[in-house]
Design a protein around this ligand. Structure first.
Ligand SMILES: Cc1cc2nc3c(=O)[nH]c(=O)nc-3n(C[C@H](O)[C@H](O)[C@H](O)COP(=O)(O)OP(=O)(O)OC[C@H]3O[C@@H](n4cnc5c(N)ncnc54)[C@H](O)[C@@H]3O)c2cc1C
Length: 327
């Protein structure tokens, strides 16, 4: 039987998808290890708002910590305290800027525990968990085994589908006491700057469809055509490193090893060659469509649907057809 703790940052009024995916992962793990309780530590201004939804999606107990914002050092202190209190065997974090890069690895360091980061799944053999994660920039997959009494993992977005909400599901929601006097952050956030977003533009992490452009788009004007395609599809707009460096898309929309890791249902790569560093961020998408004029572009090795053509001929025609369908 495994005692599992998942982490949820409650910084926005609406519950994001990622913590719900972690609950699906935790329940799947529990089903294989022998049913045990799944706790969720929910930290942030909206922690109480999320409580019921987390129960309906698989948590047995939700521990809420209300604080004005979800800062890294505060989360770290709260997670450490919750681990001491609950003594879970497994802790699952979202693999995002907060937990994947900071809280998860720091907690592991402080506990002297092993951590598998950026996982996309797991396999259970007897009582062992083998954490599955991409390696070599997504060119291969590896199973990682963690030794010791506690295992930590960060889970990539979209690796699991959230469980359907079950309003009949019951669980406990209670406030988790924190001794704030003992939490002494060394970093103070002076100002928070929101990345500039075009009106109606979707953030990458919440999009089911992403239209992504590369150097092959050729100009910022070219990206206005991609934005139109995204608008018609209800998609978010992403870009490769050159597209971001040339200012055609904001850096917050860069996809890849040094940008966002995404896994939407549909990823449309336009004028993108398919370098490993880009694929590291988009390779887990359920369906990849590539539009590229070069039939030898590496992206075609990965794409489920490939269109060998200049995007200028394909994308406006696609927009036209989609508009007709919609009307
Ligand atoms: C340490 C490191 C980290 C990196 N991290 C990232 C990262 O996070 N994300 C990332 O994207 N890159 C990253 N890179 C850069 C990466 O190696 C590639 O250089 C980059 O992904 C290439 O971007 P691209 O495909 O847009 O451009 P290119 O490789 O120049 O490809 C452009 C493509 O457009 C096609 N094309 C041109 N004109 C047209 C047209 N009219 N119609 C259709 N197709 C056309 C071409 O055939 C070509 O395939 C990183 C590199 C390093 C070294």
């Amino acid at each position: 039987m495994a005692h599992i703790l998942t982490f949820c940052a409650a910084s926005q009024p609406e519950i994001p998808r990622h913590p719900l995916e972690l609950l699906a992962a935790a329940r799947a793990l529990n089903a294989q290890l022998g049913e045990g309780p799944v706790h969720t530590l929910c930290v942030g201004p909206a922690s109480r708002v999320y409580g019921e939804e987390l129960i309906h999606r698989g948590a047995d107990q939700v521990l809420t910590v209300e604080c004005p914002s979800v800062e890294a050092e505060i989360s770290l202190a709260v997670v450490e305290s919750a681990i001491q209190h609950l003594a879970p065997q497994v802790v699952i974090f979202p693999h995002d800027d907060l937990s994947g890069a900071y809280v998860g690895p720091y907690v592991a360091y402080r506990l002297g525990a092993g951590i598998a980061t950026d996982c996309v799944g797991f396999a259970v053999q007897g009582e062992d968990i083998r954490w599955l994660r991409p390696v070599y920039g997504g060119k291969a997959m590896a199973y990682m085994r963690i030794y010791g009494p506690i295992q930590l993992a960060t889970m990539r977005a979209r690796a699991f589908d959230p469980l359907p909400a079950d309003p009949a599901r019951r669980g406990e929601i209670r406030s988790f006491p924190v001794d704030w006097k003992s939490v002494r952050p060394q970093i103070r956030v002076v100002e928070r700057l929101e990345a500039k977003r075009e009106e109606g533009e979707l953030p990458l992490d919440r999009a089911e469809i992403i239209v992504s452009g590369g150097r092959g788009i050729g100009s910022a004007e070219g990206f206005t055509v991609l934005r139109e395609l995204a608008r018609v599809l209800g998609a978010a707009v992403g870009g490769s490193r050159p597209a971001a460096d040339l200012g055609w898309v904001p850096h917050s929309h860069l996809v890849g090893q040094t940008g966002k890791i995404v896994a939407p249902h549909l990823y449309i790569a336009v004028g993108i060659s398919g370098a490993t560093q880009h694929i590291a961020g988009a390779g887990s998408s359920k369906t990849i469509v590539a539009i590229n004029k070069d039939p030898d572009a590496p992206i075609f090795k990965l794409a489920h649907i490939g269109v060998v053509e200049e995007w200028e001929k394909v994308v406006p025609a696609l927009i036209e057809v989609l508009r007709e369908w919609r009307s």
